[in-house]
Design a protein around this ligand. Structure first.
Ligand SMILES: [Zn+2]
Length: 272
């Protein structure tokens, strides 16, 4: 992402797309106007951060060597992160689940979109065959996987109200596809910014896997209009890390890293 894009911010871009879609703006990029609009506001609006504690209910997620359930670790860490984020008053936090509830992956994305999330963070704890490996890692959606899935999501939702209130059904398929692609590219760029912040901040506090930022076709990362990342808080398949992941002070450390990442993310966008 260029510095210029970083200054303009996501809402500026979406607003620009929206105005073109509504026929009220010429299709010429004018970088300065959104930056000025953002700095003119004295009281920035609260951002909506959606935290998604992985698994729940019948689905325990990964099970640790001594029997810890991933679904419990993700929920308690998400709750700690929510408390920290809300204490800044910069954010309103929405949890996709607040108790031991099973939620389908698509429903998690739907909840994030219904909440009009500005950012979506899915939280997990991995189990891998090599019990000697430990460390946190962060995922974003792979560029390749996102095309077909974003298109399918658009199809399911009849292309209505998909991007910041723009009714794509009013446009020809060609225009809709261009608008969707613009929004998705912007979202992907911002997701990568978010993931890099997470890797940096987690790396200050906890051990990371060697390849700490990866991309994959996770269903929960497929909202075309919400920057999203998935964090694996650590490996439950490693005895020492499982022990740490169960402890509240360690979970607080992870929550603190998430708070700093989210702060940095919105600071960089210049939109918070
Ligand atoms: Zn998981």
């Amino acid at each position: 992402m260029s510095t210029e894009q970083g200054r303009i911010g996501r809402r500026g871009v979406l607003s620009w797309i929206g105005r073109i879609a509504a026929g009220s703006a010429v299709a010429v990029w004018q970088p300065g106007i959104f930056a000025r609009a953002a700095t003119a506001k004295s009281q920035p609006p609260q951002r909506i951060v959606v935290l998604d504690p992985g698994h729940g209910g019948l689905d325990p997620g990964a099970i640790g060597i001594t029997g810890s359930y991933e679904k419990d670790i993700t929920l308690s860490t998400a709750e700690l992160a929510a408390t920290l984020l809300e204490s800044t008053r910069r954010y309103k936090v929405v949890l996709t689940r607040r108790d031991d509830e099973f939620i389908a992956l698509e429903d998690r994305v739907a909840r994030a979109r219904a909440a009009r999330g500005d950012l979506f963070l899915s939280m997990h704890a991995d189990a891998i065959p090599d019990s000697g490996v430990r460390g946190a890692s962060v995922f974003t959606l792979s560029e390749h996987a996102s095309d077909a899935e974003a298109a399918a999501l658009a199809q399911r939702e009849n292309r209505a109200d998909l991007i910041a209130g723009i009714d794509l059904s009013r446009h020809t398929p060609e225009v809709s596809s261009i608008l969707l692609d613009l929004a998705r590219r912007q979202t992907n760029n911002q997701s990568i910014v978010l993931a890099r912040k997470l890797v940096t901040e987690l790396g200050r506090d906890v051990r990371l896997l060697n390849n700490s930022h990866r991309s994959a076709g996770f269903v929960v990362l497929k909202a075309p209009d919400i920057p999203s990342a998935l964090v694996e808080l650590g490996c439950l398949s490693n005895k020492d890390e499982e022990k740490q992941l169960r402890i509240a002070t360690y979970q607080k450390k992870l929550a603190g890293s998430i708070l700093r990442s989210v702060n940095d993310y919105f600071d960089q966008l210049g939109a918070a």
